[in-house]
Design a protein around this ligand. Structure first.
Ligand code: NDP
Ligand code: HSE
Length: 438
């Protein structure tokens, strides 16, 4: 049978992993796909370096010399014009006009596309899925959300007979690694980020990881699949972990919690409430025990109830395996694969609009009656307090945490504004507000 031929554009961490798995598992992939699957060409700017890094034959790169951007573009054009190539893997990353243009041209050239590029899918997914539909080709993106975890396949295929009510989880390995290292080893944020970068977890621009943007991209892709919501990335409320301190993590531990960067989306009729941000996760919730670069997704469905997926969210062979799964599936089903459609109707709203339990961390002057002042202001907003914890005072500073029963964030902000109006002098730092996940 005619082999299904694949070209990989960008042979870095992920592209190199794809190429290596395709070569190592050639026979097994042919059995799964029902036809031979062949790695036909690789494009990278530094072929010798990439070939050595991933143990790949230099011949697949078309030559040994380093390529300029123009030379790489010319080699890419030749691949797009080659009728023998069935599928192109885009693992260059980023949302430049060049990368977006290449993806569109792959589809327009009548080839299937597989990509791990969540930033591009979150920002330009509508156009890309439309281009794939117009061309009648498949767009594989299993690797774009939570690396090796087959969450796209599970939501798209496994949940096809059900209705997703909510979806949440830890979807950025870098942030989770940083928080875990800061908690377990007491190291600072910068040192932990450097370690995550050395391990290859972080994006080329790590502010996407620590600012919550990368997790936001993944949640935007998932809400399209789970709820049919298009363009979520434009308005999704996102915050990251760069302001979480060792002191916050210590207080969290004393409140029987771990601080985690949580993606959360839940549907109520045609409204999807969603956000990405640091939450205090109670120790009884399994997400509090997901450490390192591991990712975890929890879905609640109408008929089948709770589902939990846990696995590697990043890494060369880990993420590469997810792209290879797309390749096999597309080689097997080809044009019969249905790309995920957005549905008219669903509206995105910020999770802040839903009543939620919160922990508010106060760092104030150590003056008599300070906890009374704070808790009275909170009570005056009709907020019921669950716990006041971790009362630590040093003569200069009083650091304490107030955990509330479900309320809106805006009511907490009003309470803080009232305290400030009475005693603007007592805050040593802006109070920090964390939703609490049970
Ligand atoms: P890398 O930077 O490691 O790899 C990108 C590769 O593409 C590099 O080798 C780069 O060369 C090469 N490249 C850049 N421009 C061109 C070009 N014009 N033509 C050909 N090759 C080019 O990134 P990753 O592999 O980590 O990420 C790739 C994608 O996968 C991103 O979209 C990322 O978000 C996504 N992803 C990454 C994960 C991970 O674990 N790393 C996990 C899940 C998704 P050079 O190094 O010289 O610039
Ligand atoms: N930078 C991403 C992370 C890679 O840390 O999770 C996987 O998407």
């Amino acid at each position: 049978m005619k082999p299904f031929k694949v070209a990989v554009l960008g042979c870095g961490t992920v592209g190199g992993g794809v190429a290596r798995i395709m070569l190592e598992r050639k026979e097994a992939l042919a059995l799964s796909a029902g036809r031979p699957v062949e790695l036909a060409a690789l494009v990278d700017l530094f072929p010798v370096r990439s070939a050595a890094r991933h143990g790949l034959p230099i011949g697949l790169f078309g030559g040994e010399s380093d390529l300029s951007g123009a030379q790489a573009a010319a080699r890419t054009d030749a691949i797009l014009a080659d009728p023998e190539i069935d599928l192109v893997v885009e693992t260059m990353g980023g949302t430049s006009d060049y990368v977006r243009g290449v993806c569109e041209r792959v589809l327009a050239a009548g080839k299937h596309l597989a990509t791990a590029n969540k930033a591009l899918l979150a920002e330009r997914g509508d156009e890309l899925f439309a281009a794939a539909d117009k061309a009648g080709k498949a767009l594989g993106f299993e690797a774009a959300v939570c690396g090796a975890i087959p969450v796209i396949r599970v939501v798209k295929e496994g949940f096809a007979g059900d209705e997703v009510l909510s979806i949440s989880g830890i979807m950025n390995g870098t942030s989770n690694y940083i928080l875990s290292k800061m908690t377990a080893e007491g190291i600072g944020f910068d040192e932990a980020l450097k370690l995550a970068q050395e391990k290859g977890y972080a994006e080329a621009d790590p502010t996407l990881d620590v600012g919550g943007g990368d997790a936001g991209h993944k949640l935007s892709i998932l809400v399209r699949l789970a709820f049919g919501l298009a363009g979520a990335n434009r308005t999704l409320a996102v915050s990251g972990v760069s302001d979480v301190t060792k002191a916050d993590l210590r207080v969290a531990a004393e409140m029987d919690c771990a601080i985690k960067l949580i993606c959360h989306a839940q549907r109520s009729g045609d409204i999807v409430y969603a956000s990405v941000g640091p939450m205090m996760v109670k120790r009884s919730n399994f997400l509090s025990r997901i450490d390192g670069a591991t990712n975890a997704v929890r879905a609640m469905n109408r008929y089948s109830g709770e589902h939990i997926l846990v696995g590697k969210g990043a890494g060369s062979l880990e993420t590469g395996s997810a792209i290879v799964a797309d390749i096999v599936s597309i080689a097997r089903y080809g044009e019969r694969i249905v790309n995920p459609a957005a549905r008219p109707g669903p509206q995105l709203r910020n999770m802040d609009e839903l009543p939620f339990p919160y922990t508010v961390l106060f760092d104030t002057a150590d003056v008599p009656g300070i906890t009374g002042l704070v808790t009275t202001a909170i009570g005056d907003q009709g907020i019921n307090i669950d716990t006041v914890g971790h009362n630590m005072h040093s003569g200069e500073a009083a650091v304490f945490a107030v955990e509330t029963m479900p309320c809106t964030r805006s009511s907490i902000l009003k309470a803080i504004a009232v305290i400030r109006a009475h005693r603007a002098d007592i805050f040593r730092a802006e109070p920090k507000i964390f939703p609490v996940l049970y």
